[in-house]
Ligand binder design. Structure first.
Ligand SMILES: NC(=O)c1ccc[n+]([C@@H]2O[C@H](COP(=O)([O-])OP(=O)(O)OC[C@H]3O[C@@H](n4cnc5c(N)ncnc54)[C@H](O)[C@@H]3O)[C@@H](O)[C@H]2O)c1
Length: 318
């Protein structure tokens, strides 16, 4: 679909809308399209009601993996669906729970909407690439190192399977593979919040920021507003497929600390600790060629202006 004009009345479903990225997306839609009719599904397993402050739409606080769509959504017809609900705690090792919840939630959503072929943009993850220390393009092999990443690969497979049905071949199902998202409204995630958030909290307490030896591991840190922008552009493109959603840059933890020091007016030295995780990713970076060419995505933030914006926001909350 093409995103409608600013005064349009359009009906949007956002799953995981009480979470970090989902709530930012809800806010953006309600701000930009004042007549949008937004429904959120979120069972609050990792979301927070505070993220939905000012939300004007309807909330369905139920588990998507068990939801009886016909009963709870009646025959509700949506113009667009953003599916972000997922177990997001990558430390969850219960394979049955991770796979059941994440895959079944998506399968039920696809079954509910197949007749109308409502366009769906859904959240995948850079975790699908696994520990693959290079710039990743969407065609790289998917080698998830944990069951979380594995469940996201299954979402992508499921979407492809539906689209292989000749009657559904034109269905606009696309995935945004988020890299390391950071920014406002992620605090509720605690240990699962970005490293930028966690290092900020340590430094605010006057503690030396702790990172694994020697802080030179690199990540593609993407600001949540860029992630939301790419998500909207994916919906707008009307294309099917998978799109990397990152900043396009790999930056080290030492550089993050440098930017946090700058934004907070501090000069705390990192404390380097041993890394107990044999499968810790040394490097992630999104190749954005496809997202730029096919979606028109252009990230607004790099680490410098992204951390500055985020710290300003965090300080205003305090
Ligand atoms: N934050 C990142 O860096 C990142 C990176 C890659 C992918 N992602 C993906 O982006 C999406 C959003 O992640 P986030 O960072 O906002 O995490 P989050 O935990 O803040 O948001 C996920 C939301 O989904 C809800 N939810 C989970 N399972 C549900 C279910 N079965 N039924 C109803 N609601 C359910 C949770 O309560 C939560 O509000 C997820 O799909 C996640 O896997 C995030």
């Amino acid at each position: 679909m093409t995103l409608p004009g600013k005064n349009a009345i359009w009906r949007v479903l956002v799953t995981g809308g009480a979470g970090f990225i989902g709530s930012r997306l809800v806010r953006r839609i309600e701000d930009e399209w004042p007549n949008a009719d937004v429904t959120v599904i979120d069972d609050f397993r990792s979301g927070n009601f505070k993220n939905l402050e000012g939300f004007r739409g309807e909330l369905i606080a139920l588990d998507m993996a068990k939801l009886d769509y016909k009963k709870h959504l009646r025959a509700q017809d949506f113009d667009a669906i953003f599916h972000l609900a997922s177990i997001t705690d990558t430390r969850v090792m219960d394979q049955r729970q991770m796979c059941w919840d994440n895959i079944e939630s998506f399968r039920r959503l696809l079954e509910f909407t197949r007749e109308r072929q409502t366009p769906i943009t859904y959240a995948s993850s850079a975790a699908t690439y696994g520990i693959d220390a290079r710039v990743n393009t969407e065609t790289d092999p998917r080698k998830p190192a944990n069951v979380y990443g594995f469940s996201k690969v299954q979402l992508e497979n499921l979407a492809e399977k539906f689209r292989r049905d000749p009657e559904l071949a034109g269905w606009k199902l696309n995935a945004v593979r988020y890299f390391n998202v950071y920014g406002p409204h992620e605090q509720h995630k605690g240990a699962m919040a970005s490293m930028i958030n966690q290092l900020y909290l340590q430094m605010k307490q006057g503690k030396r920021p702790r990172v694994f030896k020697h802080g030179e591991q690199k990540r593609d840190f993407v600001h949540v507003d860029d992630a939301v922008q790419c998500t909207l552009l994916a919906m707008n493109s009307g294309k099917a497929g998978v799109f990397n959603t990152g900043s396009g840059e790999a930056r080290s933890f030492n550089e993050v600390i440098e930017q946090l020091n700058k934004a907070l007016g501090l000069s705390l030295e990192p404390e380097y600790i041993d890394n107990p995780f044999p499968f810790f990713q040394p490097f992630t970076q999104a190749d954005l060629s496809r997202s730029k060419a096919e979606l028109g995505y252009e990230p607004k933030y790099n680490l410098e202006n992204g951390v500055a914006q985020y710290v300003k926001w965090l300080e205003a909350q305090a």
